[in-house]
Design a protein around this ligand. Sequence first.
Ligand SMILES: NC(=O)c1ccc[n+]([C@@H]2O[C@H](COP(=O)([O-])OP(=O)(O)OC[C@H]3O[C@@H](n4cnc5c(N)ncnc54)[C@H](O)[C@@H]3O)[C@@H](O)[C@H]2O)c1
Length: 324
Amino acid sequence: MSKQVGVAFIGAGDISYLHGMAIKNITSARFCGIWNITQELANEKHALFGGKIYPSAEALCEDPDVNVVYILTSLEAHHQYATMALEAGKHVFVEKPVGSTVDEIESLRETAIRSGKLCVPGHNYIYDDSIIRARDIIERGDIGDIVSIYIMYNIQHPEDVAARCEGVIRQILTHHSYILIYLGGQPKELSAMKSVIHYEELTKEDLAMCNIKMDNDSIAHFCASFAADDQAGDPWTMMVKVIGTHGATRYSYRDWVDNRKAQVHSQTYLAYPYSIEQIDRYFIERCVLKNEPALSTLDDAITAQKMIEAMEASIEEGKITAIR
Ligand SMILES: NC(=O)c1ccc[n+]([C@@H]2O[C@H](COP(=O)([O-])OP(=O)(O)OC[C@H]3O[C@@H](n4cnc5c(N)ncnc54)[C@H](O)[C@@H]3O)[C@@H](O)[C@H]2O)c1
């Protein structure tokens, strides 16, 4: 591989903007180009980031200048394009949720092993220095045994933006699930509820909560809402809190705020674009160039997906569900 890692994107929607900005800041990466199923978005991102506009996903995967392919499409297309890129001999970064089902993620894991290439989930939150520090503190035993973990997300999303996403269970609680696995270990059972509060047309949930019992008997609580912002004192815009027998730690979007509106958010929560840059930097500089393991793997993505499917089953059946 030449000194700079050649990076290309499949998918030119909202998240490709943040990855494009991040790649610009990583000197060991070079943006080769983009393909999108519709031309307009490909043109828009090409104007911002340069590189080629590929005529097809196949042409992008066959380009010898490309070492790494980012899969940034909507969820339903992740498996198809991640498989295509791995089989073409490229390292792959897949946005979350990695797949629509556990089977899809297991299939990607097999393809990655067979091709000898990396396939790393876009589990960006845990690449933030504060979350890494929280895990160090937990692992050293500084806060004792974990008692409870709270992961809260309250950011109102306009209905037209939400229409392009999954409901908050898959869209947001996937983040909560891999964060919980990173900080708290393995989950064993959960119970969940969901509602539609703010959407007028959409029928998918804009509010969901979940309680999870962990292997060590600690309990976690998740909240994800696209229904309302929390602007009250000490807001739970996006916050992680871990309480242990001897101490506690927390992470909050509100620790780093630029007052200007972001793509969707009422303010720019700087921790969010920062976490995208951090994961891209880690992936390129440490995983691709130094062959170091990612902080969160396809095994973790499989456990996160099992949690999502257990939440859906718990809601459907109205009972506590084992995570298998
Ligand atoms: N890590 C994060 O914090 C974060 C934040 C937002 C979105 N995401 C994830 O990124 C992915 C994309 O989200 P987004 O917000 O950019 O969505 P978006 O709707 O803005 O973009 C989706 C893109 O996928 C393309 N697409 C849709 N269906 C396709 C298909 N069948 N085949 C090929 N391309 C198709 C669209 O043309 C569009 O360019 C999703 O998996 C989402 O969960 C992650």
